[in-house]
Design a protein. Structure first.
Length: 380
């Protein structure tokens, strides 16, 4: 530091005059005023110039300091270092996790054993997969497909049919995103078989879970994550179909989602999605339809270029964030949806809500409401 030159700024009790004076001095000196949230003072400084204003009293004090510019540190000279000898692989010491994990040959644990959930019902489902309705692709995926002669498709073969009174109003209620919490999922597998269950593509043991759903008498569906309207703030994970991705990438994601999913009837899109507005949507929908699967969307923007006979529309999605305060209000809301016309409602898996839904389902016949599996919303 070469020298210090104090500049005396006379005190004043008038805050506004002090502010004006300090600002004029600051500007003249090239100082920058920095506004902060400090209660008692505001400070301005740059390059050794310092001004302090006491907001409470209006007193102004200042000092101009001429700072010596410090030289930038020099980089140390480069020193040549002889490279270390390479250790031969056979002599190299073993390191933890040095190799890729070996794929286990042990059978997958039966988290959802079919026999545990199998029950005899008046409308039991055929459990044996139809080998004519699957194919193995060159990429190794095992995917649904329509029967070669067109006599069978997945949604008709695996769909669940139940009798409905002529004048009854139909409603389908889908418990969605099952497979994350085993206890919640197992509770869903004991519900009334007229409900529909949908497994998350991220669920562990999802192939087992689909077969357990069918053994318990349920129509099984798969969730398909699509780009949220607030993406990337809301991100449904690595299997999410994105508008900015290529058609090939999105088609590959669809194949990953439906891989080894024998027994599903169709796919249900994620709520608040905007992917169905994309240019790829029609090609992907036709691909799913060609494999004999149904698709349920929340958004009605998408209109297929050809047939829309395998497209359904969900009315609302009910989850913890929009749940009525009282369960009875939710049940009345569901009845109103049904009375207004055929309705499809998805509900997040919550044990207390599932308990209430089971009790409510027992009383629907008296209200002229038919609770039906989702595929029964298709036109006859």
């Amino acid at each position: 530091m070469n020298s210090i030159h104090p500049t005396s700024l006379q005190s004043t009790k008038n805050l506004w005059a002090g502010l004006a004076l300090s600002l004029s001095v600051s500007v003249g000196l090239g100082a920058m005023v920095v506004m902060s949230d400090m209660r008692m003072s505001r400070e301005a400084y740059e390059g050794g110039r310092f001004i302090k204003i006491n907001v409470a009293t209006g007193d102004i004090h200042g000092m101009i300091v001429k700072m010596e510019k410090k030289p930038e540190p020099k980089s140390p000279p480069l020193v040549y270092q002889k490279p270390k000898a390479v250790v031969a692989p056979e002599k190299e010491a073993a390191q933890p996790f040095a190799q890729a994990p070996v794929q286990s040959t042990m059978p997958e644990k039966e988290l959802y054993p079919v026999d545990e959930f199998r029950r005899k019902t008046p409308f039991a489902l055929e459990l044996l997969p139809n080998s004519d309705l699957v194919e193995r692709t060159a990429e190794g995926y095992v995917l649904p497909k329509a029967h070669p002669d067109g006599t069978a498709v997945a949604y008709r073969y695996y769909g669940k049919k139940m009798p409905v009174a002529k004048k009854a109003k139909k409603i389908s209620i889908v418990i969605v995103n099952l497979g994350f919490d085993p206890e919640v999922t197992k509770r869903a597998l004991t519900m009334d078989e007229r409900f529909t269950l949908a497994v998350s593509p991220y669920a562990a043991h999802r192939s087992q879970l689909i077969q357990a759903m069918r053994a318990a008498g349920f129509e099984a569906w798969m969730m398909i994550p699509m780009q949220h309207e607030d993406y990337p703030i809301h991100d449904y994970g690595p299997l999410t179909l994105l508008k900015e991705e290529s058609l090939e990438k999105n088609r590959s994601l669809v194949h990953k989602i439906i891989d080894k999913s024998e027994g599903i009837v169709g796919l249900i899109a994620s709520p608040d999605e905007r992917f169905s507005h994309s240019e790829h949507m029609d090609v992907l929908y036709q691909g799913l339809a060609g494999r004999g699967l149904l698709l349920a969307l929340y958004d009605k923007h998408f209109v297929p270029e050809n047939s829309a006979e395998q497209l359904l529309h969900v009315r609302p999605h009910i989850h913890g964030g929009v749940m009525p305060l009282h369960v009875d209000d939710l049940l009345r809301q569901l009845e109103a949806y049904a009375q207004a016309g055929d309705a499809i409602v998805t509900i997040a898996a919550m044990p207390n809500i599932m308990n209430a839904l089971d009790e409510w389902a027992k009383k629907l016949a008296d209200k002229n409401i038919a609770l039906v599996p989702l595929s029964m919303q298709m036109p006859e």
